[in-house]
Design a protein around this ligand. Structure first.
Ligand code: ASP
Length: 516
């Protein structure tokens, strides 16, 4: 038995130019409200009191870290180490003085704000805050709601489109090898970009605060943590790659476990003959339906993004806080964009060497598909045009294109893999969380898997990034830092995803299909 190829989704209007304009309007309106009215909203939302709480904890932490460094200096006989610890202790003590000054300033602001609240002067701002937060929250909740159905159905659909696992021929092996190698290169480029540009650490770390969950993460060696990713936490049957209870894994959003389960389950389905087809068709239909739901969600994206942008700017204290944020996000956008450009160049080298095609002509031939990818932010919606461009403009045989492109649109996402690696490390850098070699290795592995798990729909990479964050124990709330800019980066990474798929078709065609 051979499983049929999955049917591509119809291109959706929600991701088209109108959608883009509406999203731009949402972002612009959100930014305007956030910048002009953010500070008042921040005060109305108890921002100053919350800031006082965090500053108190930050101060205590700075003092304790400074003391710890001083103790370490006293305990060592090595002159160089002593000097290093003393310097660090002094640096932290200086920072503590600045934090203390800010704390006192903030206590005054908090007291004044409470007086304004008691006099009813913040009523309008409170209402605006509540409504914008509501819009953002509902949008975000719907996105989170779709994570599990999206991952399960897209993985099973992707795996079963290979046909009988025992009969995967050379085409399948070459295609998978191509996906694997290019995804690996993409993650490597991402890691290099983010470690070299350091987009999250450009800012001064004076006010960096390490929360309790972060401190907890520091326990255990990298090897222990790596083993924990596979085996799970002792006493938690929903954790690890092979959880004792798959439903518990789903309720705790252990997406990595669901991916592993779906791969094995999907492979098994293709080996049980006709009976398996019923279930395979079921998951394909479910996948189509979930993708339609994601497209529907995109219709409310402008309002959701408006809410997220406005509340995010307001949460950070309005225009003043936004200035510092933008500096960080600007470097992040630069790191992702340069990384994607470099990867596109690597792909052009691959098509020249292994596909025996003129890379510039090949890229030109793909331009219609690439522009569709920019405007829809969906590899699946672009698929019909990708197939047409590859076959008609670039002379790739339909046999290779028909196999490599639909499968690639589901599991081969170079742009997404590169972006996930950068985004996760950027979040860690922004939160002031140091990452060791073990964690970088886990990010390397999980970013590749998360890209495989992402469906070819708008913003899918944002959902599956939770896997990578959870694998290294980073707070998933960190996604908030990059959310506002994701609509833009999604379009760039989708274009690279589609370009990668199209080049895979040329390579497999040249190396396998058109050879005797
Ligand atoms: N939108 C991307 C795609 O369709 C997936 C992602 O969100 O990274 O290829």
């Amino acid at each position: 038995m051979t499983a049929e190829e999955p049917q591509p989704s119809q291109p959706s209007n929600s991701g088209g130019f109108t959608g883009l304009i509406l999203i731009l309007v949402g972002i612009f309106a959100g930014a305007l409200v956030g910048l002009l009215y953010g500070e008042t909203m921040w005060r109305a939302a108890h921002g100053p009191s919350k800031a006082v709480e965090v500053l108190e904890k930050t101060l205590a932490q700075k003092e304790s870290f400074s003391q710890r460094a001083a103790d370490a200096a006293a305990a060592t006989d090595d002159r160089e180490a002593k000097q290093r610890h003393e310097k660090e202790s002094q640096r932290l003590a200086d920072q503590a003085v600045k934090v203390d000054a800010r704390l006192q300033e903030m206590e005054t602001i908090a007291a004044d704000t409470e007086k304004e609240r008691a006099a009813g002067q913040l009523y309008f701002a409170e209402t605006v805050w509540m409504l914008t937060e509501f819009c953002g929250d509902v949008f975000l909740q719907i996105l989170k709601l779709l994570v599990i159905p999206l991952v399960i159905t897209s993985m099973i659909t992707g795996i079963t489109s290979l046909g009988d696992i025992r009969k995967v021929g050379r085409v399948g092996v070459y295609a998978i090898t191509y996906y694997f190698i290019t995804t690996t290169i993409a993650v490597l480029i991402g890691l290099i970009m983010v470690l070299v540009i350091q987009p999250g650490t450009q800012a001064d770390d004076t006010f960096a605060y390490q929360s309790e969950s972060v401190a907890e993460k520091e326990q255990g060696t990298p090897i222990e943590k790596l083993l924990e990713v596979v085996r799970g936490k002792p006493g938690d049957p929903g954790s690890g790659m092979f959880p004792a209870n798959i439903f518990q894994a789903a309720t705790s959003t252990n997406v990595l476990a669901l991916i592993v389960f779906a791969i094995v389950f999907g492979s098994a389905l293709t080996t049980i003959g006709e009976e398996g087809m019923i279930v395979i068709r079921f998951f394909r239909a479910a996948n189509e339906a979930v993708m339609k739901m994601v497209h529907m969600v995109m219709a409310i994206a402008p309002v959701g993004i408006f809410g997220l942008v406005a509340t995010n700017i307001a949460k950070n204290g309005g225009a003043a806080g936004f200035g510092e944020q933008m500096q960080r996000i600007g470097w992040y956008v630069a790191a992702v964009s340069i990384g994607l450009l470099l990867h596109a160049l690597v792909l052009m080298l691959i098509v020249w060497y292994f596909g025996k095609k003129n890379p510039l002509k090949y890229a030109m031939g793909m331009s219609r598909a690439l522009l569709t990818a920019v405007s829809t932010a969906s590899s699946s919606a672009t698929l019909p045009i990708t197939i047409e461009c590859v076959e008609e403009n670039n002379d790739v045989s339909p046999k290779a294109a028909g196999f490599v492109l639909p499968l690639g649109a589901t599991i081969n996402m170079d742009g997404t893999a590169l972006y996930e690696a950068i985004a996760v490390i950027f979040i860690a850098q922004s939160l002031g969380i140091p990452l060791g070699v073990g964690e970088l290795l886990v990010i390397f592995l999980t970013a590749s898997l998360a890209a495989v798990g992402a469906a070819g729909v708008p913003e899918a990479g944002l959902f599956t990034m939770v896997i990578v964050l959870q694998a290294v124990g980073l707070p998933t709330e960190g996604v908030g830092i990059i959310l506002a800019i994701d609509w833009f980066l999604d379009r760039l990474r989708t274009t690279v995803n589609v370009f990668g798929d199209s080049i895979g078709a040329a390579v497999v065609d040249n190396l396998v299909v058109s050879r005797p």
